[in-house]
Design a protein around this ligand. Structure first.
Ligand code: GLA
Length: 726
């Protein structure tokens, strides 16, 4: 079993196929962290709780005689506030007496097969009890009586764990949770680099890496969304860690609102990693008898670099996060009208798109923004989810029927969490948006965010959406979210509860997504937020794919897709061929193939030659679907690092097929350039379908390919498909 408890030594050991996580109940019931890293057979690690050095100016526990015990120099699982450990704490509770001294100690535990869901929140799941094992540790602050439950689930085969925390108030007094991180991981060394993903609109998830320094380094969001600017992913890696070598610890929060990934290096040489709800914008009143669930955090360890860390995340998410019909069913190749028409379309025009798309072999037409209310530009109508029949030239039922008659599926765009200032809904309910009563509201894209902490608001919006989805033939929904929250407040919450708005709103979003996916299990849901502004595991729990970025330029997309792939699988990355000018259709197709694949242009404008390219691309999409969606990704040349090329490959689990793609992003000067492939079976022989040659896996991985034999001009690209023959 992956979870062991040694009663005599009071040690917990959580093993996966290649990692060990070890902790200990120390004197006075402190729950101390001992080790996280490559798998080790034993756990004689008692000294590891102390970081050494002279603990001067660190208060001690008076009940531990001898050398004393200073919380400030120990490694903990759930360190509290204002009780002797001066680093950022994992938890801080403002007690009924007004003080925030918080000190949770071990009180008991249980171990069981499988994993429990979190009520009202997304989390990873087990398909069978054998998939994972869970340890629940009960902690108590004996002074206040407040309890905490720490959940550790071990996915043994995948070198992955999840962690989360629930706070329970069994007392008769209300308290305030002021900080509640979902995971704390205390390392005994600071010899690491921190990796995070930053960006903005059109530039999401760019990789950044720098050595840890003494002090606090963190990334987070205060936007009421995970956001374009930083992703709720962070990694701690050795200074020498590469794609294929070295320690890599990846952390990802299953949460779509304000998060923080916080790493603090102290003067004693240790590094404390915390991940969870951003405490800067959070405060939660916990009344007698209530409990609070913090979101789940995912931890992946790889002893073999970032590549293996990413592949572990991908397998974990494909098997234990993505749900619903489209977890296994092939996704339709869609054409979306947004980049071609904006809101300036008619039903008649879209039917020509559908007709052309059908001729080319596509599967679905998606009607984007502009089909409802009086929406001809972005100044109005969000919240008025009533079909504009004048624009469509018929009812939506008739329209969707026509699309189906052409032989395509039909998809539609919504932005359910928003309200335009110019909308009937806003005129009727000006207090239904997130706002601070009496204070001026900041506007963005002419819209406000609906106050989803309110059930009446959610019920109203969902009833409109449900009506449209029930009465028409709809196969797909694109759920958009085009601004972030400001003046976060709610007209209904009491003063005491105002700081709960961000979290309550995201719980409201989860509620509606849950209703939608439950009521319409056959609908394919794609998330979007001005491109990839909400690309996080929580959204992937509801929608198996997320529009990766509004930037559809294939060269720009490379660094976005490289960054995204650090923890999110190819099958989740919405990627389309567009009319962008920087490269030809072949390269646009090769880049979009590393994703869900689709088109975002006017198909009436294709030349005959382009039509043939598109038909070929659709065939390739079907041919390589399983390999790309379920295979292993190997990043070979990072475009940001190299500056002249990008290359990657997918290999199936049995190593019988491999697809290699290379894109040239700048004229390359060296005449000869050899690239070693990865992930193949060294003893097998593979035929390359492009040149008919046979190579051993060993040759391809050691001698490599001479890339100067292939297209080598700025914007060009090529693919090589290898199939095992013996
Ligand atoms: C966002 C999306 C686009 C498109 C527009 C419509 O920006 O990312 O794909 O749907 O909204 O307003």
């Amino acid at each position: 079993m992956p979870i062991l408890f040694d009663k005599e030594k009071q040690v917990f050991k959580l093993d996966t196929s290649s990692s060990s996580y070890i902790m200990r109940i120390y004197k006075e019931n402190y729950l101390c962290h001992l080790y996280y890293g490559a798998k080790i057979p034993d756990y004689n690690l008692t000294d590891h709780i102390f970081k050494g050095g002279f603990a001067s100016f660190c208060p001690e526990n008076i009940n531990i005689p001898g050398a004393g015990f200073s919380p400030g120099v120990c490694t903990f699982e759930f360190p509290g506030e204002n009780t002797g450990d001066f680093r950022e704490s994992a938890v801080s509770i403002r007690n009924a007496d007004g003080n925030n001294a918080t000190d949770f100690r071990y009180a008991g535990h249980i171990i069981y097969s499988g994993k429990k869901p979190i009520d009202g929140m997304p989390s990873l799941y087990s398909e069978s009890p054998e998939d994972c094992e869970t340890l629940e540790i009960e902690m108590i602050d004996s002074f206040t009586g407040i309890k905490a439950v720490l959940y550790y689930t071990v996915f043994e085969k995948l070198s992955a764990m999840t962690r989360r925390v629930a706070i329970v108030n069994p007392t008769d007094k209300s308290v305030k949770i002021e900080r509640i991180y979902s995971l704390c991981c205390d390392f005994n060394t600071r010899q690491f680099d921190m990796i995070s993903l930053y960006g903005r609109w059109l530039k999401e998830r760019t990789v950044q890496r720098q050595p840890l320094f003494v002090g606090t380094q963190s990334v987070g969001s205060k936007r009421g969304s995970s956001g374009h600017y930083r992703n709720p992913f962070g990694a701690i890696v050795g200074h020498d860690t590469t794609e294929d070598y070295g320690d890599a610890y990846g952390f990802n929060l299953v949460y779509s609102s304000n998060f923080k990934f916080n790493v603090e290096v102290d003067g004693h040489g240790g590094a404390r990693v915390l991940m969870g709800i951003n405490p800067d914008t959070f405060n939660w009143q916990l009344n007698p008898g209530d409990s609070f669930d913090a979101p789940e955090a995912v931890m992946v360890y790889s002893a073999n670099g970032l590549g293996e860390m990413s592949r572990t995340f991908h397998r974990l998410y494909l098997n234990h996060l993505i749900r619903g019909k489209y977890k296994h069913v092939k996704r339709p190749v869609l054409i979306n009208n947004w980049e071609a028409t904006g809101m300036n379309f008619t039903g008649e025009k879209l039917l020509t798109f559908a007709q052309r798309a059908k001729e080319l072999g596509l599967d679905m037409l998606v009607m984007d923004d502009g089909w409802f209310g009086a929406r001809d530009d972005d100044t109005s109508s969000l919240g008025d989810w009533v079909v504009n029949e004048e624009k469509l030239g018929c009812t939506l039922k008739e329209f969707t029927h026509k699309v189906h008659q052409i032989g395509l599926k039909f998809g539609i765009w919504f932005e359910p969490e928003m309200i335009s200032r110019d909308s009937d809904l806003y005129r009727a309910h000006p207090d239904w948006c997130v706002h601070v009563p009496g204070r001026e509201k900041s506007i963005a894209r002419h819209q406000y965010v609906l106050d989803y902490s309110r059930k009446d608001v959610r019920d109203h919006i969902y009833s409109m959406i449900k009506k449209i989805l029930s009465e028409n033939e709809i196969d797909y929904v694109k759920w958009d979210f085009n601004r972030n929250l400001s003046e976060a407040g709610s007209a209904l919450l009491s003063n005491e509860n105002q700081q709960e708005v961000f979290h309550r709103c995201v719980l409201g979003t989860y509620d509606i997504m849950n209703r939608l996916t439950t009521d319409f299990p056959d609908i394919l849901l794609e998330n979007c937020s001005g491109g990839g502004g909400r690309f996080d595991p929580a959204m992937l729990y509801y929608s198996p794919q997320i529009w990766c970025s509004d930037n559809t330029d294939p060269i720009e997309r490379l660094s976005i897709q490289f960054g995204t792939s650090l923890c999110y699988p190819a099958s989740t990355m919405g990627a389309h061929v567009s009319a962008s000018k920087r490269a030809g259709y072949e390269t646009k197709g090769n880049v979009a193939l590393w994703g869900t694949f689709g088109y975002e242009l006017d198909p009436n404008k294709f030349t005959d030659e382009e039509k043939e390219i598109v038909k070929e691309q659709i065939k390739e999409y079907h041919k390589y679907y399983d390999l790309i969606h379920y295979g292993d990704l190997y990043r070979l040349i990072d475009p940001l690092e190299s500056g002249y090329k990008a290359a990657w490959m997918f290999v199936d689990e049995e190593k019988t097929q491999a697809l290699f793609t290379c894109v040239v992003i700048k004229l390359y000067e060296d005449l000869v350039f050899y690239l070693k492939l990865k992930g193949l079976d060294k003893d097998a022989y593979y035929r390359c379908s492009q040149n008919g040659e046979v190579y051993s896996g060993a040759l391809l991985m050691n001698a490599g390919l001479n890339l100067s034999d292939y297209p080598n001009t700025d914007g060009e690209s090529f693919k090589l498909f290898f199939e095992k023959i013996s």
